[in-house]
Design a protein around this ligand. Sequence first.
Ligand code: ATP
Length: 281
Amino acid sequence: MAKNWAQPVTTALRADSQRIADLDTSSTPGFAGDKQQGQTLLSERGVVLSDLQERLFANGRTGDKRSVLLVLQGMDTAGKGGIVRHVIGSVDPQGVDHTSFGVPTEEEKRHDFLWRIRKRLPVPGQLGVFDRSHYEDVLVARVHELVPRAEWEQRYDKINAFEREVADAGTTIVKVAMFISLDEQKRRLHERLERADKYWKFHPGDITERGYWPEYQKAYQAVLERTNTDYAPWYILPADHKWYARLAVTELLIDALTGLGLDWPPADFDVEEQLRRLDAS
Ligand code: ATP
């Protein structure tokens, strides 16, 4: 267990039967340190994550079929972008496959909701990152009735079957649902309206969506109850403290990669012979 953690992050954050509405979004489950200790640890653990990701990438180059997929979900301003910049940003970009899923295009709408998702699954050796995902099809689609109830109701089972298939093909799936309080979201949206360098992140629609907060909580609750499986577990991440959210996701990825037991791939050439050749060249 990493320094300052009183409990493994996987235990502290693993979704169980808890109610989202009761979650303290300013808590730091499992972590015994303060912000400064958390930030120091984040830079140390970023190095560990980077080493493990390079091993994954190296093994992918030499025939290992495995990959890792991080699925990030959260309301606007929950900090998904910060996770991508500060956690994923600490690893070699050539081994990362990042996709943001926005409103489906006309072409995407003509296909099954998983069509665009399948196309972006990580190939062997890659760390895939989904910034929003197929879960939007049971979140925004449910809250705004973009499809009839009978259709989104079936999607939970379809998602479970799909993730089973992805996991069986060698992808370790880590799903993180980030939660902030309504007040914290207001503060973050305020900041976007007060700083010229943040206007680009602001969408007037984000304020409209705040009016649907209870509906989103209900939709998230259903996701966590119906798609939390052993092969694709959900982690519930209180995200008011950005430093904690970033540290926790770093630890979740370290845990997932460590679980793969990755060694460096052995040389497929005679090292001594190549050294002799090099010295003589
Ligand atoms: P973010 O808030 O994630 O940083 P953004 O606000 O800049 O992103 P986009 O990434 O272009 O905007 O799109 C996000 C929007 O797309 C969200 O409002 C989300 O609900 C919506 N969206 C994503 N997937 C779907 C879907 N399957 N159906 C409908 N809307 C979707």
